[in-house]
Every structure is written in structure tokens, then in C-alpha cells.
Unconditional design. Sequence first.
Length: 173
Amino acid sequence: MSFDCQPVLKGDLVELRPLRPEDYDDLYAIAADPLIWEQHPVKNRHEEGRFQIFFREALASGGALLAIDTKTQRMIGSSRFHGYDKERSEVEIGWTFLARSHWGGMYNGQMKELMLQHAFRFVSCVVFLVGPQNLRSQRAVEKIGGVRVGSRPDTEGRDSYVYQITASAFAQR
């Protein structure tokens, strides 16, 4: 069975669906908030030119998902599956951002829970690459059970911490 990088996933709070070109304006309205990116390695992603690059790469990746608040049916952010490796039985989850109105609650947790449940149908390990300065994302990944196992360069060559969650650890929580 081949890994489905763009499933439709539904929870009580969040629905995830494949990102589409027509989502640009509404998603940029969220991403234009500079505070979303203040700890991120690409701090200027709130600038439209930088976000256009991010959005084009997300569409081209074939793994980008749009996050929608199920109560309001409004988009609240996005995330992505990347780097599926059948031999290593691994996939990365990353490039996640949420509107500040949805920080600190259960939205990110449910979004990752849905993505992890889906991923563990195909792989035995999920990894997250997080910038060393991005303390907010490090805490968020740890909160969902991620364990820091080392570091490696991200797709842009920047040093990143590697967090992982194994299928067995996920099943035991």
C-alpha cells in the first residue's frame, strides 16, 4: 500500500484536506502575521514574496494539507507530510503553522493526532525537524510525544533538531 500524502482527515476541532491553489489568499491572510514566524528560521515568511515561495513549494510537495476549524469552517493554517521513505518506514511532518487565535489550545494537538494516526497506517516512525531557536515548536512536538533524537540539516540546509515518534510509542500513550 502506497503512502497517501494528501488525505482528508476529520476530527471534532480540525479538518485537514489537500491544499489547493485557490487557498492562497485566505492562507496568506493568516500567514501575514509576523508573530507566527518570530521563532522560525525563516522569520520573514509573513512577507508576501516569501510566502508565495512557501505556498508554491507546498503545492509542489504533494503533501500539503490545509487546516480548517470544524466549528466555523474557516481555515486556520496548514501542515505537510514530506520525505516518505518506504525502506526506512519513515515520514516527516512539518511546515505547520496556525493562526494565533488557535494557539495554546487543542487544535495543533488534534491536527498532529490525525496526521500521526494516518501516518502510522504506513510507517513505523514519524520525524519532525525543528529549528534550535524555535522553542514554541519544540514544546509543541514534545507535548504530543516527540522525543529529540539528534540533529540534521533541513531541506534548506539549516541545522534542525530531529524529534521522532514511533508507532509503538504512539500506541502506548
